[in-house]
Design a protein around this ligand. Structure first.
Ligand SMILES: C[S@@+](CC[C@H](N)C(=O)[O-])C[C@H]1O[C@@H](n2cnc3c(N)ncnc32)[C@H](O)[C@@H]1O
Length: 213
């Protein structure tokens, strides 16, 4: 009964959510696009010519947005490349190279690396979040693990001037993720875009410019 009420409330909020309506109107697959859009508009992360990696990309609104940022004109191709990865399938997006797999698996990481052909990346985006168990310490550990993998990937493949944007949650993982970012990036900031629901503990961490090790 309580669960049913929760579902009804969620559905009510979802249907009346202005970002859901805007996403439908503008042809984006998820309201999540407006989180990236707000951050990108203030930080100017994505520019034509960039190589972008989108981790946890499905259903694809961040890739759609990144694609639009790389495109010169409507209907034309793009300047740059986008590599998207998710453990769930994604409907194709023109000019976006999708890989299906779990980023925690070595063979999936190697597949992504092989597609880069040694080229350095400008922007790594990660909207990945583990399935939550409800046990705060276990969920924090999983979140930290997945973010650590994104940091390690960035250290190996980002340009020195590149950036990494990850989703995190306020809670036990936040401080240690923040300190990891501080030790690897020149500039670190946290972002709570308006499209991120107030009741969600979600917060994004942005690292810009890799520190020389
Ligand atoms: C919030 S959704 C991403 C939404 C996406 N940014 C968009 O705008 O459409 C998070 C995604 O992360 C993916 N994910 C979580 N853990 C993952 C992992 N270990 N490897 C690959 N994908 C993962 C999930 O399958 C899910 O599709």
């Amino acid at each position: 009964m309580a669960k049913n009420k929760f579902n009804q409330n969620w559905l009510h909020d979802h249907i009346n959510d202005p970002y859901v309506k805007l996403a439908q109107k503008e042809g984006y697959r998820a309201r999540a696009v407006y989180k990236l859009k707000e951050i990108n508009e203030s930080e100017k992360l994505i520019k034509p010519g960039h190589i972008i990696v989108d981790l946890g990309a499905t259903p694809g609104s961040w890739s759609q947005y990144a694609r639009n940022q790389l495109s010169g004109k409507v209907g034309g191709g793009i300047s740059g490349e986008i590599f998207a990865l998710d453990m769930l399938p994604m409907e194709p997006i023109a000019d976006v190279q999708f890989m299906l797999g779990d980023f925690r698996e070595q063979k999936v990481l190697e597949l992504l690396e092989s597609r880069l052909l040694g080229r350095k990346v400008d922007v790594v985006l990660s909207d990945m979040a583990p399935n939550l168990s409800g046990i705060p310490s276990a969920d924090a550990a999983r979140m930290e693990d997945i973010i650590e993998l994104a940091i390690e990937f960035s250290k190996a493949h980002l340009k020195l001037s590149g950036c990494l944007l990850v989703k995190c949650f306020h809670g036990p993982a936040y401080n240690s993720v923040w300190h990891r970012f501080k030790s690897e990036f020149n500039t670190v900031s946290s972002k709570k875009p308006k499209a991120s629901r107030d009741k969600s503990s979600e917060i994004f961490i942005l690292g810009r410019g890799l520190k020389l090790s």
